[in-house]
Design a protein around this ligand. Structure first.
Ligand code: 475
Length: 836
């Protein structure tokens, strides 16, 4: 249906097109109007929550004007768009980001002050949008910010979970999960009740020959669930581009109830159907780097892929172009294997519905998709059982078999001598039950596969995808080292540092081109600049100390060395190595003379992060950290020399407080296990130094900032396999210092030792898979080096400044330009004013 206003009436329309507010007074006017009318509150009934809501709505109006303009420009320009498919978008708060991006935070601060509110209190009213687990979801959020800031025409597609990642409470030292219902008031989403897609599940496949003798298939029966679009504006930094993030919510297809059932007295089961449909988008699976093969998860994946592809194809068909143009209009990036069903789904649309031949359809599919791998951990590689897929998606399973047949025939032709190769690379694993290997399907259906840091991209070529390098050649594989958005992770999280840098570089241009930071190097010896830099770090530590006092009830000295490890709790990330190191330090302090204690470097060890609810070992580590904290923090022998803090409910908005306040942060995964890491970049960009292993992006960070500015330790990735093998087949000795740590735990120093038996035995008796003992001595020694280096304030200051100056490479803007060039082949497009 043509819904645009006819030409003769457009003048009247344009006369009343709203103008964005610009002055303080205009901001106040808009905010008060929203509070009084949109929210129906008043002067006598306006708390901070209402003031937040009014402010958010005023800024939302500004974003929407840009958003409309951007979407119009993109539609008229009719050029290639990027579609970023991700099951997770870990956005955090939106208001602060919106204010900074449209460059109106100062205006709002003044206006709020005028109305009787403090900016910081208003910002903290907002509930985090926590639709993600960790690195993968936060990367998607940084990419959205960069794509908008660089004016790429790009859409994100995801699920609108009613419950994001759970809230973590610590009760008696244990993690307790609390549901995160976040949608009570969300001004940042627009429900599009007119944009819906019917998504089919179950049913069966009919096959027949048409009049020309051609084999046809159609998917019949089963049940339908309705997808409803919820759109979220994604503003770019100081540009009119405002892209769209479309999240799908699920609803029963037959409206409120199934009326037939309702009228025939099956009221309860009609309500149950409705609830079952809504369950699909109800909750984010809380596992990081783990796949458990649950049916509901597969339903989520198909629901979201089917709705997104229908939407993308619908948009393409509006342009009335021939199918051969599809690949010059559409680039789809698969954020890990979670959206891999998009590949058989696009084939199904092209073949079953649009009537294309296999070869043409396949050619389109391969050119359309790119696949990013985020992990080599075997337990995270997605596999779905064939019987489950047969039941839920019978037509897709057939298509997957067809893809596999074509692929294996190709392999057989090219490698006639290597019979074993066929079973190794088959999409179907011949286990019982048979399994569909989603990473192979994603790889085969895409034109490019990338890892997320150099080491990781090399590793996937030599381990999980080794055979595929032989089959397709090395050019199908590429690396795009991860990055972070400097807007949120420097400008927003650390405004004082951003201002200091701007004062030196003559403006905030570096936020658009982070490589400009290198100019800071020439100020490294300037006394006043060095002092300002240190003062900012200290002020950020004071802020965190205040947070710790309020939330943990522990007083920490901001002059102490703040040592931070915040990330999801996982054995491969080795928080256990950190806490064992802390215990070692504690034991040393206990046996130290008063004289030596005077020379010791005071430290605050700060931990934060969630454990997956079913991950027992990770929960044990949290418990141990809290038990150690309980003992150490109240030991008068230790005083300020050591404090151990576990920060509850680590999330994006807490990261914005924690990141700028670290002196040292820990990125200490077993070499070869952390694909990239991205918080390492955030800490460095804020003048925090790193203790880390030669893993993921740590390696490239070292190359950029210089090895004298980072504290590396531990075994190398190339030696890990041999060490593990030796542990299993030869007798191995526990590191003697670690043995002392274990003795103290076993003797009950930190409470009931039975609680920690499995954690210790995994290292002592079961092969120490993550090489905690192998790396312990070098970890402890490196921590001692850090103590000494920190005492030398001047030396430390230089390291901080040089680190920041050399972090330019790690902007997610650089990533997006690389994807655009090497994978998507898309160009930026700046929104134009509506032509008069
Ligand atoms: C890596 N999540 C980081 C980051 O590239 C890397 C997997 C399965 C199911 C649910 N969630 C996952 C991940 O695999 C994940 O977050 N991977 C992380 O991606 C961005 O920096 O090293 O661990």
């Amino acid at each position: 249906v043509e819904a645009s206003i006819p030409e003769p009436q457009r003048a009247a329309w344009r006369k009343f097109t709203p103008k964005p507010f610009s002055t303080t007074e205009e901001f106040e006017k808009e905010t008060v109007r929203h509070i009084e009318t949109t929210l129906a509150r008043s002067l006598y009934n306006c708390d901070e929550a209402a003031a937040y809501a009014g402010t958010a709505l005023a800024f939302r109006d500004r974003l929407v004007l840009d958003w409309n303009k951007t979407q119009q420009t993109q539609t008229f320009a009719d050029q290639k768009r990027i579609y970023y498919l991700s099951l997770e978008f870990l956005m955090g708060r939106a208001l602060d980001n919106a204010m900074l991006n449209v460059d109106k935070k100062d205006v709002a601060r003044e206006g709020l002050d005028d109305l009787g509110f403090r900016m910081e209190d208003i910002i903290s009213q907002e509930h985090d949008a926590a639709l993600g687990n960790g690195g993968l979801g936060r990367l998607a959020a940084c990419f959205l910010d960069s794509m908008a800031s660089l004016n790429y025409p790009a859409w994100g597609y995801g699920l609108r979970y009613r419950y994001g990642i759970f809230k973590q409470e610590i009760v008696d030292g244990y993690q307790v999960e609390v549901p995160d219902y976040w949608l009570d008031f969300n001004p940042w989403e627009f429900p599009r009740h007119d944009i819906t897609v019917d998504v089919q599940f179950y049913g069966n496949v009919n096959r027949w020959q048409d009049d020309e003798g051609k084999q046809q298939s159609s998917w019949e029966g089963g049940e339908i669930v309705k997808a409803i679009a919820f759109d979220v504006p994604i503003p770019g930094y100081k540009t009119p581009t405002c892209n769209n993030l479309r999240l799908w919510g699920s609803k029963a297809a037959s409206g409120e109830f199934d009326f037939q059932k309702f009228n025939s007295g099956e009221y309860e089961s009609s309500v149950a159907d409705q609830q079952r449909a809504e369950t699909i988008s109800a909750v984010l699976y809380p596992n990081d780097n783990l796949e458990r093969g649950k049916e509901l998860r597969l339903k989520q994946q198909y629901f979201w892929c089917a709705a997104s592809l229908y939407d993308i194809v619908r948009r393409f068909k509006k342009s009335k172009r021939p199918w051969k143009d599809f690949t010059s209009q559409v680039a789809i990036q698969l954020n890990d294997t979670h959206p891999t069903l998009a590949i058989p789904e696009l084939l199904r649309i092209l073949i079953d519905i649009e009537g294309l031949e296999w070869d043409e359809a396949w050619n389109i599919v391969q050119k359309t998709f790119g696949y990013t791998n985020h992990t080599v951990l075997p337990e995270a590689l997605e596999k779905w059982s064939v019987p489950l897929m047969q039941h839920l998606l019978p037509r897709h399973l057939q298509i997957i078999y067809d893809i596999n047949l074509h692929f294996l025939q190709f392999v057989e032709r090219n490698f006639p001598k290597d019979r074993e190769m066929l079973s190794r690379v088959s999409i179907i694993e011949e286990s019982s039950p048979q399994m569909v290997r989603m990473a192979y399907l994603a790889l085969i259906g895409s034109h490019k596969v990338n890892g997320v840091a150099e080491l990781h991209s090399d590793l996937i070529k030599t381990t999980i995808f080794k055979d595929f390098v032989k089959i397709y050649g090395p050019d199908k594989f590429t690396n795009v080292t991860n990055g972070i958005t400097p807007r949120r992770w420097l400008h927003q999280a650390n405004p004082r540092l951003s201002e200091l840098i701007a004062s030196k570089l003559g403006g905030h241009e570096f936020l658009k081109d982070l490589t400009l930071l290198h100019k800071l190097e020439s100020f490294v010896d300037e006394k006043e600049f060095r002092k300002d830099f240190r003062d900012i770090k200290y002020a950020n530590k004071v802020r965190l100390a205040k947070h710790i006092k309020e939330h943990n009830g522990v007083t920490v000295n901001p002059a102490a060395l703040f040592d931070v490890q915040v990330k999801r709790i996982h054995e491969y990330k080795r928080q256990q190595l950190n806490i064992f190191g802390v215990i070692h330090r504690y034991l040393q302090l206990k046996s130290m003379s008063a004289e030596d204690k005077k020379k010791a470097q005071p430290r605050v060890s700060i931990f934060g992060g969630k454990a997956a609810p079913g991950y027992w070992m990770a929960k044990t580590v949290i418990h141990l950290v809290n038990q150690v904290g309980k003992v150490v923090n109240s030991d008068p022998d230790v005083g300020d020399l050591l404090k151990v803090i576990f920060l509850e409910d680590y999330n994006v908005s807490k990261a914005e407080i924690i990141t700028p306040a670290s002196d040292i942060s820990e990125h200490i995964s077993t070499a070869g296990t952390e694909a990239s890491g991205t918080s390492n970049m955030k800490f460095c960009l804020n003048g925090g130094l790193i203790i880390g292993t030669c893993d993921g992006a740590n390696i490239e960070i070292t190359r950029e900032i210089g090895e004298q500015n980072i504290f590396l330790f531990g075994n190398l990735a190339e030696d890990v396999e041999d060490l593990r093998h030796a542990h299993l087949y030869e007798k191995y000795e526990l590191d003697p210092q670690l043995a002392k740590v274990f003795e103290s735990i076993r003797s009950g120093t930190f409470g009931d030792a039975g609680q920690f038996g499995a954690l210790l035995n995994g290292i002592v008796e079961h092969g120490d898979y993550y090489l905690v003992s192998d790396d312990f001595a070098s970890y402890v020694k490196t921590q001692e080096l850090i103590d000494e280096s920190f005492k030398n304030t001047e030396e430390w200051t230089s390291k901080m400044i040089l680190s920041v100056a050399r972090m330019g490479f790690f902007s997610s803007d650089r990533c997006i330009d690389e994807y655009a060039e090497a994978i998507w082949n898309v160009e930026p497009l700046v929104p134009k004013e509506d032509e008069k």
